[in-house]
Design a protein around this ligand. Structure first.
Ligand code: 5AD
Ligand code: SF4
Length: 478
C-alpha cells in the first residue's frame, strides 16, 4: 500500500500524552462554549459507527471526549458536529459512507456552524483520502486508527483552521490509557485487550489499516474492568482481532487463558465475553478455562472463512478443514452447551462450487448457532486482490445462496434445542416493536423477548424459553 504522508500531530509517550490530551480537552471546551454563545444553546454532536465491535468501542471513546468538551450527544445527523467512524473490511462499507456524505453536505448548507469529521479504518487508505480531498471538500477533519487518542487535540486544530484538517499516521506502538469514555449501555461494555493483527489473511485489509498486534498490560485491563464494575457494568466483552494470541508481545508474556482467569476473579462482574478467536491459536488451556468458568459465556465465535483446505491455504489461514473440524468437535465435547458462531466468505479467488460444497459440509457437521456469510470483496493492496482467478459474480451468488440456506436451516435447528429450558438472560432493553416486552440475551448469545418492566434492564433474570421463533425466543419470567 502507498505511504501516506499526512501526519500533523506528533507521537508522545503514554502518560505524557494523557496529560496533553486533557489540556486540549480544556482548550476545545472553550471553543465549544463560544459556539454555544453564538447558537444560544448547547451544541449537539452525533457519532455514527460503521463496522465491528472494535469500532463501536472506539466510538464510545469519541463520544466520551465530545461530551467532556461540552457537546450534547444525539443520534440525529442534523447535529452541529457529526463524526463517521468508518470501516473498510468490505467495499460496501465504503460505499455507504460516500452515499451518506452527500446528505451530510446538504445538512451543512443549512447549518453554517456544522462540522463534519471522518475517522477509522477507511481513512488509512490513501486512495480514500485522495477521493475525499477531491470530491468531498466540505469535510472538516479526517484522522485514522493510530491517532484516535489525539481526538481532543485534533478538534482544537479543526476549530482553529478554515481548511480541511488531515492527520493520518502510518502506524503506532503507543497505547494511551485513561481518556474519558461515554458508554452506550450502562450495564455492559467492550474492553480493548489488544490492537492490530499480525495474521495477514490474504483477503483482509485489517492488518494494513489497524497495524501490528499490540497487547495492553493485564494491570491496565483489570483496572479498567474494576472501574467499570464499580460503575454498574455486569457484562464485559474483551476485544481484539485475534484474542487467542493476547500477551505474546508483553514484557512479561501471558496467555489469553491466564488473562481470563484474572478477569474471572473480579468481584461483581457477572459475565465475560470475548471476540474474535482465530482457530489456529485456540489452545486447550483456553477450552479448560472456559469449561471451569462460572462467568465466561457459553459462546465462541470461531471464524471458518472456508471449509476447503485448498482455499484456506490460499487465504493464509494456517489450518485445514480437518483441523478445524477436530477443534470444533473437541470444544463441543468439553463444553456441550456452548454456542458456536462463525464468519464465512464466498467467492474467494479460485473458489469452485466443489469448494463451496466443502464449506457446506463443515456447516452441516459443526451446526453453528449463527453464521455471518459474506461475499468476497476485493481490497486493494491485499495479496488476494492480485490473484488472477477472481470468481464471476453469478457463480459467487449461486454458491452464496446455497450456503445461506444450509446456514439458516442448521441455525434454526440449534436454537430450537433450548425450547422448554429456563436460562438466565441479561435484560438489555425494552423491545423496539412491542414496549410491553423486554429483550434479553442468554449466556450463549441467543435473544429472548418476554414481558416485564424496564426496571429490570441491566439485571440478570431466569427466563422460561417458551416458543422458538427461528433465531430468537418468546419467553416468560421464571
Ligand atoms: N471480503 C469479504 N469478507 C471479508 N472479511 C474480511 N475481509 C473480507 C473481504 N475482503 C470478513 C471475514 C472476517 C469478517 C470480520 O469479515 O469473514 O472474519
Ligand atoms: Fe483479518 Fe485474518 Fe487478522 Fe481477522 S485474523 S483481522 S481476518 S487478517
Amino acid at each position: 500500500m502507498n505511504q501516506i504522508n499526512q501526519q500533523i500531530t506528533e507521537k508522545i509517550n503514554g502518560a505524557e500524552e494523557t496529560k496533553r490530551q486533557i489540556f486540549f480537552m480544556n482548550k476545545a471546551k472553550d471553543y465549544v462554549e463560544t459556539l454555544a454563545g453564538k447558537l444560544g444553546r448547547k451544541p449537539t454532536c452525533c457519532v455514527t459507527t460503521f463496522g465491528c465491535q472494535m469500532n463501536a468501542r472506539d466510538s464510545e471513546k469519541l463520544a466520551g471526549i465530545l461530551e467532556k468538551v461540552g457537546y450534547e450527544l444525539t443520534e440525529n445527523e442534523e447535529a452541529d458536529f457529526v463524526i463517521y467512524n468508518t470501516c473498510t473490511v468490505r467495499d460496501n462499507a465504503n460505499q455507504r459512507v460516500y452515499g451518506r456524505l452527500g446528505h451530510l453536505n446538504s445538512l451543512k448548507k443549512k447549518n453554517p456552524h456544522k462540522r463534519i469529521a471522518l475517522c477509522g479504518c477507511m481513512m488509512q487508505e490513501p486512495s480514500v483520502i485522495e477521493k475525499i480531498k477531491q470530491s468531498y471538500r466540505f469535510v472538516d477533519l479526517i484522522f485514522g486508527t493510530h491517532n484516535i487518542y489525539k481526538f481532543a487535540e485534533l478538534l482544537t486544530i479543526m476549530f482553529e483552521s478554515d481548511n480541511m484538517v488531515i492527520d493520518i499516521w502510518q502506524d503506532t506502538d503507543e497505547i494511551v490509557e485513561d481518556l474519558p469514555v461515554e458508554r452506550k449501555y450502562p450495564f455492559k461494555s467492550g474492553i480493548n485487550i489488544m490492537f492490530g493483527c499480525n495474521n495477514f489473511c490474504s483477503y483482509c485489509i485489517v492488518p494494513y489499516v489497524r497495524g501490528r498486534e499490540r497487547s495492553r498490560s493485564p494491570k491496565d485491563i483489570i483496572q479498567e474492568i474494576e472501574a467499570l464494575v464499580a460503575d454498574g457494568v455486569v457484562e464485559i466483552m474483551l476485544l481484539g482481532q485475534n484474542v487467542n494470541s493476547y500477551g505474546k508481545n508483553l514484557e512479561e508474556p501471558m496467555t489469553f487463558a491466564q488473562l481470563l482467569k484474572e478477569v474471572e476473579k473480579i468481584e461483581g462482574l457477572q459475565r465475560i465475553r470475548f471476540m474474535t478467536s482465530h482457530p489456529k491459536d485456540l489452545s486447550d488451556e483456553l477450552i479448560q478455562v472456559m469449561k471451569e468458568s462460572k462467568k465466561i459465556c457459553r459462546h465462541l465465535h470461531l471464524p471458518l472463512q472456508s471449509g476447503s483446505t485448498k482455499i484456506l491455504t490460499q487465504m493464509n489461514r494456517r489450518y485445514t478443514k480437518e483441523q478445524y473440524l477436530a477443534l470444533a468437535e473437541k470444544i463441543r465435547k468439553e463444553i456441550p452447551d456452548i454456542a458456536l458462531t462463525t464468519d464465512i466468505i464466498v467467492g474467494f479467488p479460485g473458489e469452485t462450487p466443489e469448494d463451496v460444497d466443502e464449506t457446506i459440509d463443515v456447516v452441516k457437521k459443526v451446526k453453528y448457532d449463527n453464521a455471518f456469510t459474506f461475499i468476497y470483496s476485493k481490497r486493494t493492496g491485499t495479496p488476494a486482490a492480485a490473484m488472477e482467478n477472481q470468481v464471476p459474480e453469478e457463480v459467487v451468488k449461486e454458491g452464496f445462496d446455497r450456503l445461506l440456506k444450509v446456514v439458516q436451516d442448521t441455525a434454526r435447528e440449534r436454537v430450537a434445542l433450548l425450547q422448554g429450558q429456563t436460562l438466565d438472560a441479561l435484560v438489555e432493553e425494552v423491545n423496539e416493536q412491542d414496549s410491553s416486552l423486554l429483550t434479553g440475551r442468554l449466556s450463549n448469545n441467543t435473544i429472548v423477548h418476554f414481558k416485564g418492566g424496564k426496571e429490570l434492564i441491566g439485571t440478570i433474570v431466569p427466563v422460561y424459553l417458551k416458543e422458538c421463533h427461528g433465531f430468537y425466543y418468546l419467553g416468560e419470567r421464571a
